[in-house]
Design a protein around this ligand. Structure first.
Ligand SMILES: [Fe+2]
Length: 289
């Protein structure tokens, strides 16, 4: 006699494994956590079923994730970088920050934000002595309703002319290319910094290994990071990208948005600045809550 069901079970005793793992989460009190764990199991099992990894490949994957975590701390966030290069960061931003057409587009947060940046007044220089061409950044903060947003908090962070953020140096005594200021009563802001340049994302860790193994570019086009908060408005995390940068179109972390590409104007040395310098005017428009 031949019981087909019994034979199938003998051939693959784990045929109901996914169902049993899903069932193990069925009693999760939080409906949202139950949904998330169920989806994770469902899609992870489907990935493994299709990819059919060898045990050596799976061990390599575990080692890759282990090293990604070991390299992450309050100054270096390799997991954010991994999320960025896989396009997941931009996917999450797209889901959570679907800005109206008149608001400034959001983009990736990146791995180099640091809490507790120094405060500056409008017109100050926040470069902190970072090497690079002087650059004057101006603009207005306003709501999509058109009203200015005086007092809006503007966080700024960027790389220097060598393509490094201050936190990538081991021994800097004070922050460079990093700070926050508040919009003036008319909503305007103004600060000096250095002109941003294109830079490679950190490639000395697991994410760098991944990009090299897959022959992917590691460069990010020149940009300055902004995070703007104002009462009764959605927080805006974005960049201004420098128009003309040859790496535009090949951003390693998929953060580029055409609407954020802005000209940086060159100025010859003059009475107030004794070397070549640049300026950019970049308005930041926030959606009301
Ligand atoms: Fe950046």
């Amino acid at each position: 006699m031949c019981d087909d069901a019994a034979m199938d079970a003998d051939a693959d005793p784990d045929s109901d494994l996914t169902a049993r793992v899903l069932a193990s989460f069925a009693g999760t009190p939080s409906p949202r956590l139950r949904e998330l764990t169920s989806l994770l199991v469902k899609h992870l099992h489907a990935f493994v079923a299709e990819a059919r990894p060898t045990e050596a490949e799976w061990a390599h994957a575990i080692d890759f994730l282990t090293r990604t975590g070991q390299l992450s701390d309050d100054r270096r966030q390799e997991f954010i970088l991994l999320s960025d290069v896989l396009g997941v960061s931009m996917q999450v931003i797209g889901i959570n920050h679907a800005a109206s057409e008149t608001a400034t587009a959001s983009t990736v947060f990146g791995p180099f934000f640091v809490e507790g940046s120094p405060e500056f007044a409008n017109g100050d220089d926040l470069s902190g002595g970072a090497p690079g061409d002087p650059c004057l950044v101006t603009g207005h903060i306003r709501s999509t309703t058109g009203v200015p947003l005086p007092g809006a908090r503007i966080e700024v962070w960027q790389a220097d002319e060598t393509g490094h953020y201050d936190v990538q140096y081991a021994d800097l005594p004070t922050p460079q290319g990093r700070g926050h200021l508040f919009a003036a009563p008319d909503g305007s802001y103004r600060f000096w910094t250095v002109r941003p340049v294109a830079y490679p994302i950190p490639s000395d860790g697991p994410v760098g290994e991944l990009l090299r193994a897959t022959a992917r570019p590691v460069m990010r086009p020149a940009h300055i990071h902004f995070m703007v908060t104002a009462p009764a408005h959605r927080t805006l995390t974005t960049h201004v990208f420098a128009a003309g940068d040859p790496h535009l179109g090949h951003d390693a972390v998929f953060g580029e948005r055409p609407s954020l590409i802005t000209p940086f104007t060159h100025h010859a040395p003059g009475p107030t600045v004794d070397r070549d310098w640049y300026s950019v005017d970049f308005d930041l428009v926030l959606d009301p809550l």
